[in-house]
Design a binder for this molecule. Structure first.
Ligand SMILES: [Zn+2]
Length: 400
């Protein structure tokens, strides 16, 4: 048994923050046993390990529920091109964008990919992230998609972070490599997905439904294949235009629909009815200098849960700071501090289908971040480095 004492515990519920002063947290193995005041703590086991929290603020370890953090190369040259006036769509149509990263990711060895993602994951972990979702999607062939998902699996063992792996089967279509779009769909749905699933590499699937990517019929076919294997689905929806992606995702009981700048009322209603989480990705909005805001007030009014993630990727959000994404969600999208904190803990867990993390409550996983701050708002407020003082994932201490 471990006993973290001399801490303040942040609890987030119903849009309110509440701090328990002079608190203690105990856990056995991976599981939290007690969270409350030190005075009310049950008598501990003899031989329990006592850990001094130094009066830090304890929050659930943060959860980054949408990333593309495994990739080869980077896209700093396209960043320069965008600064000189090219749009994301222009770059994609000229054969750049995702396809630049595909070339580099195919060329990299598994060891090289692991080495590069380790640097980014260590920055995330230093920022208090204990659980990380990682999408494939820069392979667009079976060998490279497998390589990416294997690297994501290894990253968990290397960092102590919990990693959820998402097969992003429909990310981009490379016309020169296929006789037709139908042929690609056939391979992805009936061959690659079942093979990746059989290897235990897939926790969820995802697709990019957009005019420059895949249409609703194609996404529906892919989701049906996933559903037949009982794999949960997620969708990049309504990022650059409204293609009714969120409603399609909701019809498949999606864990989340992500981006959502162009989401309309019918999409909100469908997400609300299905319990689909809205994952907001303000770093991509910022990098693309978008002006269309996601309909935050309507999502809030409808009671659609809102998560926040970095979308860490080489093209549109080269961001390893979940705290920066929280700050952007507040300043650019108008979220409150309690919404931002819930959006990277409890609600982010729901976006990944995780039922036992994201809250500091007995019975949940011992996933804890300690912060040397006076007030919880500081976790969102500070731009730049604010490392977690200590981080525990599934009861085990991680380096920060
Ligand atoms: Zn994404």
């Amino acid at each position: 048994m471990k006993i973290l004492h001399n801490v303040r515990v942040l609890q987030i519920s119903a849009g309110q923050l509440h701090t328990i002063d002079k608190a203690a947290i105990t856990w056995q193995g991976q599981q939290l046993m007690y969270v409350g005041t030190r005075a009310d703590m049950p008598r501990p086991d003899v031989g329990a390990e006592w850990i001094d929290g130094c009066n830090a603020l304890a929050t659930p370890a943060l959860i980054d529920c949408h990333t593309h953090v495994v990739f080869g190369g980077n896209r700093s040259e396209e960043f320069a091109a965008r600064l000189s006036g090219m749009s994301y769509s222009d770059i994609a149509k000229a054969g750049g964008g995702i396809r630049t990263t595909v070339r580099h990711t195919r060329a990299a060895t598994e060891a090289q990919l692991l080495q590069s993602v380790m640097q980014r994951a260590q920055a995330m972990r230093r920022g208090g992230v204990g659980t990380l979702e990682i999408k494939s999607g820069y392979g667009l062939d079976l060998a490279t998609e497998t390589k990416m998902l294997r690297v994501a699996t290894q990253l968990s063992a290397q960092t102590g972070m919990r990693v959820r792996r998402t097969y992003l089967g429909l990310h981009a279509f490379v016309a020169e490599e296929w006789p037709s779009r139908t042929a690609m769909l056939e391979a992805v749905c009936n061959s690659w997905l079942p093979q990746l699933h059989a290897q235990g590499l897939v926790d969820a699937v995802d697709a990019f439904q957009e005019n420059i990517a895949f249409n609703a019929d194609e996404v529906r076919q892919f989701f049906a294949a996933a559903k037949a294997l009982r794999i949960p689905v997620k969708l990049h929806a309504e990022q650059l235009s409204n293609t009714q992606g969120a409603a399609l995702a909701a019809a498949f009981g999606a864990l989340s629909a992500d981006h959502l700048e162009y989401l309309d009322d019918s999409g909100i209603a469908a997400m609300q009815a299905a319990g689909t989480v809205a994952v907001l990705l303000p770093s991509a909005f910022y990098c693309l200098r978008e002006s269309q805001l996601p309909p935050i007030a309507k999502l809030r009014a409808a009671g659609v849960p809102m998560a926040i993630a970095t979308d860490c990727n080489p093209g549109t959000a080269p961001n390893t700071s979940l705290r920066l994404a929280m700050h952007q969600a507040c300043t650019l999208f108008g979220l409150s501090i309690p919404e931002a904190l819930a959006g990277v803990t409890d609600i982010a867990a729901r976006a990944l289908g995780l039922v036992d993390t994201g809250q500091l409550r007995a019975g949940f996983c011992a996933d804890i971040a300690l912060w040397q701050v006076d007030h919880a708002a500081e976790i969102v407020y500070w731009l730049g480095d604010l490392p977690a003082q200590q981080l525990y994932v599934a009861g085990r201490k991680c380096e920060v």
